[in-house]
Design a protein around this ligand. Structure first.
Ligand code: SF4
Length: 315
């Protein structure tokens, strides 16, 4: 495998009347071709902002993004439009940004029209739409339906089909199954894994639910209030967690085996404000192990075991 995407010291701050909101603060990682990186954390931790910065839906405040070795941080105009063919996004609610009066067919077709994929050949375009619909498990008879006529699982299949329309190499999946029933979640996750195998896709899979990314991710990054607190392979993370926040997240996942009990760690204390955050560890007000140093100095990400990085003063 070779590297597809690299993010270096990415920052995204928003100006607010009270000060600078640090949504993403100095986040670095890389992803190999064909790999899935899970990005996990509570809502508001900056994971969606991170995904949007990577694919240029938001402009980063600082840092760099490399795609296939090219620095794409500041691309614009024709190069930015070209990059949309390689990088796409699947949203939790794919229709929040789409005209609800569009049919399934026109939703999937739209990116092909914008990028002139079939040079205006309507027959070829129509055939391509039906092929993608079949790939994602949508019956041809639904082509002229409207999103509100379909259930949540089918609607998310349309979101996936639209993301696939330009045959991208890389997709940011932002909470793609959070709004779905558990049984439908499994179907969509299986579909995404099948598509990855068939098309060699690379994913960033953003979620607040660690159990969702367990099977789909090769590597996992845990984020807390804009910072990356732990990263390693999925297998390692579920075997051993170093960061107290990751331990708390894991403790909330039920264990299937009846004879194994895991004690749930309940987080107490105030969540630090991401606006002009204090210099220490952002998890300190909620951490069971916080010491004086934690309130004064932000911990750096250190490699505690080969490939296992943690930002915590305990180690
Ligand atoms: Fe807890 Fe301190 Fe580690 Fe932060 S650095 S997670 S406050 S022990």
């Amino acid at each position: 495998m070779s590297e597809l995407l690299r993010v270096e010291n990415l920052k995204k701050y928003f100006k607010t009347p009270k000060g600078l909101l640090h949504a993403v603060d100095d986040v670095s990682f890389s992803i190999e071709k064909g790999e899935t990186l899970g990005v996990v954390g509570e809502s508001g931790c900056g994971k969606s902002t991170l995904g949007r910065c990577i694919i240029h839906l938001l402009e980063p405040t600082d840092g760099k993004v490399f795609f296939e070795g090219e620095n794409i941080t500041n691309i614009s105009g024709a190069r930015l439009k070209e990059s949309r063919k390689d990088m796409q996004m699947i949203f939790q609610d794919p229709f929040s940004s789409i005209n609800p009066r569009m049919t399934v067919k026109s939703i999937i077709e739209e990116p092909m029209v914008i990028h002139k994929i079939h040079n205006g050949d309507k027959a070829k375009q129509g055939k391509a739409v039906l092929e993608i619909m079949e790939t994602v498990g949508l019956a041809e008879r639904l082509a002229d339906s409207y999103p509100h006529e379909l259930d949540g699982g089918r609607r998310q299949r349309i979101g996936i089909a639209r993301a696939l329309a330009l045959e991208p190499k890389f997709i940011v999946c932002d909470e793609p199954v959070s709004a779905l029933d558990v049984s439908i979640q499994a179907q969509i996750l299986n579909l995404m894994q099948d598509l990855q195998e068939q098309r060699g896709l690379t994913y960033i899979f953003i979620t607040h639910d660690l159990s969702v990314v367990k099977h789909i991710s090769d590597n996992i990054c845990v984020m807390y209030l804009g910072t990356l607190v732990e990263k390693c392979t999925s297998d390692k993370l579920f075997e051993k967690q170093f960061h107290p926040y990751t331990q708390a997240l894991l403790s909330a996942i039920p264990i299937a085996k009846a004879n194994i009990k895991r004690e749930r760690i309940l987080l107490k204390g105030e969540i630090t404000s991401p606006i002009n955050p204090a210099p220490g560890c952002r998890f300190a007000p909620r951490c069971l192990y916080a010491k004086t140093e934690c309130f004064n100095r932000q911990p750096e990400l250190k490699e505690l075991e080969p490939g296992h990085f943690v930002a915590c003063h305990l180690y």
